[in-house]
Design a protein around this ligand. Structure first.
Ligand code: SF4
Length: 537
């Protein structure tokens, strides 16, 4: 492998939909930085771009190949990026990230040359070591690389065997790049995700009847600690909550070491990053796997949260200079309600006071939660947010409408729970169910939007009511924000993001201070998604 022959463009298309990000505009996921980290280790030059910038301005220079990271919803943006690439370049196009779990359909619809399925680091390393990015690479060579799909010499899609999930040691051996963070235009105000845990500990499966007739027969393999047993499910039901592909794509939960996470954060903060999200399908899985020796963490309940290691991690993070002096903001991404205890809340509030985190509740009905394969029950979410509130932590709770098994009864129970949660939470986020490839519900037809489905609408209305109330409650309050970009509608003004989540804030006379964290007094609601404020410090 001659590193000098490569110069790779990495396009982060995550969340770009048809071309422009409408949601999560202030988020930088860990995927593209991980890919960059592999290239960096191999001594290969690379640069990260946002899909929307490429679609607006084209590729600013020549590259030998193109890597794209995206989700299924970004297919149109990905197609447009590839067509822009092929106008001036002939290097191979490789796609990775959740979009690749659609296998044949990803290749056929985007016409990329190669897809990388599931965890990408080892596969990308092999693609380069086998010299598979060159047009002249033989099909026989491509066939040797596990975890990829490509077009064979007859133009037919060929999907190679999947790669085994990385072991804890292999996962820890790869390091996401920190150097590349400045390739992102808004890195100084964006939420930068730092991977702490990969995979999920919930290897139970859905009990619902699937469209092709498969249904759980209660064989007991789900309770096994052995991955091979679990994957031998006689009914072929993918592990985890029926709507989620994380366990199937990324395997059991594995944690990085506190030292790795802390070093990565410190380097990002040195580069002027100000917001860090400790990323994990469940942050409370952090270090639980350490207690199992060689066994894999596929049980969501035992062992309990590893308080000692979580405290070790958070105390080290809290002592990084820019964190201790309030110039940077750290928060946890997701937690599972059943692992959240007073002890956990005490530690979180000690080192990350006033911070927020998300809890996926998805349904307010216990019987529905069991049918879906959930590990936490709705009552555990209520219990968890009450504890969080007591310790000054801000919970955001997620629900999904249109899920398989949703009935008027389950929606009524969900509405009731949303209202019961209200006093203890910051906001409710609802999503419409989307069938994800490689999840148990992958072949379930997508549901109608909430406006066209009266049962889903009950859930959407309850969430909107609670969120509207929360927004109105902001008026007259002081909030900590990060000033992100100029406000083109108000001279001298800036648009800011509230650190612990919430609507955008139009801040007057703040343009000169973009990139800073400040305290703002909210004086009015402008629209459903925008409030107005003044700097008070
Ligand atoms: S939704 Fe959460 S708990 Fe359920 S399988 Fe996915 S990551 Fe695991």
């Amino acid at each position: 492998m001659d590193a000098a022959l490569h110069k790779i463009a990495i396009v982060d298309a995550t969340g770009s939909g048809k071309g422009k990000r409408r949601f999560t505009r202030d988020a930088i996921g860990a995927g593209s930085r991980s890919v960059y980290g592999v290239l960096e280790e191999l001594g290969i030059e690379a640069k990260i771009f946002l899909a929307e910038d490429i679609l607006e301005k084209g590729f600013p220079q020549r590259f030998s190949s193109l890597f794209i990271s995206a989700m299924s919803m970004d297919k149109i943006a990905v197609k447009r990026v590839i067509s822009s690439w092929r106008k001036n370049a002939d290097g191979r196009v490789v796609i990775g990230g959740p979009i690749s779990s659609e296998l044949d359909s990803t290749l056929l619809s985007t016409q990329a040359d190669i897809i990388v399925i599931g965890e990408g680091e080892k596969t990308i390393k092999e693609l380069i070591e086998y010299d598979a990015l060159r047009e002249s690479t033989s099909i026989e060579t491509l066939k040797k690389i596990l975890g990829i799909g490509f077009f064979d010499s007859n133009g037919k899609v060929k999907i190679n065997g999947f790669r085994k999930y990385s072991s804890r040691e292999e996962f820890r051996a790869f390091q996401a790049s920190t150097k590349c963070i400045t390739d992102y235009p808004k890195y100084f105000s964006a939420k930068v995700y730092v991977e702490c845990v990969r995979g999920c500990s919930n290897f139970k499966g859905t009990k619902l009847l699937l469209p092709d007739g498969r249904q759980c027969s209660d064989c007991g393999f789900c309770d096994s600690y052995c991955l091979e047993d679990r994957l031998k499910c006689p009914e072929g039901i993918p592990p985890g909550c029926g709507f989620c592909s994380v366990p199937n794509l990324f395997g059991p939960a594995r944690s990085r070491t506190p030292d790795q996470v802390v070093k990565e954060i410190a380097k990002l903060l040195e580069k002027n990053v100000k917001r860090i999200i400790l990323s994990a399908p469940d942050f409370l899985d952090f270090g639980r796997d350490n207690e199992l020796g060689d066994n894999l963490l596929m049980n969501p309940y035992f062992p309990k949260a590893n308080i000692k290691l979580i405290e070790e991690l958070l105390s080290q993070i809290a002592s990084i200079k820019n964190v201790s002096n309030g110039k940077a903001w750290i928060e946890v991404e997701n937690i599972k309600a059943h692992l959240f205890t007073e002890e956990v809340a005490k530690i979180l509030s000690k080192y990350l006071p006033g911070s927020s985190f998300s809890i996926g509740c998805e349904t307010g009905s216990e019987s529905h939660a069991i049918q879906l394969g959930r590990s936490s029950m709705p009552k555990e979410t209520l219990r968890a947010v009450k504890i969080a509130h007591k310790y000054g932590l801000k919970a955001h709770v997620y629900f999904i409408h249109g899920l398989p098994g949703q009935t008027k009864q389950t929606a009524t129970e969900t509405v009731k729970l949303i209202h019961n949660l209200e006093p203890y939470i910051e906001k409710v986020t609802i999503y419409r169910f989307r069938p994800l490839p490689m999840s148990a519900f992958g072949d379930v037809p997508p549901p109608k939007p909430a406006v066209k489905n009266p049962i889903s609408k009950m859930i959407a209305d309850a969430a909107n009511e609670v969120n509207f109330q929360k927004k109105t409650n902001l008026v007259g309050k002081k909030v900590r924000v990060i000033l992100s970009e100029p406000n083109y509608r108000e001279e001298g003004g800036a648009i800011a993001n509230i650190l612990d989540g919430g609507p955008m804030v139009a801040v007057e006379n703040a343009k000169e201070r973009i990139g800073e964290i400040v305290t703002v007094y909210i004086d009015k609601v402008i629209t459903e998604k925008l409030v107005h404020g003044k700097i008070v410090e």
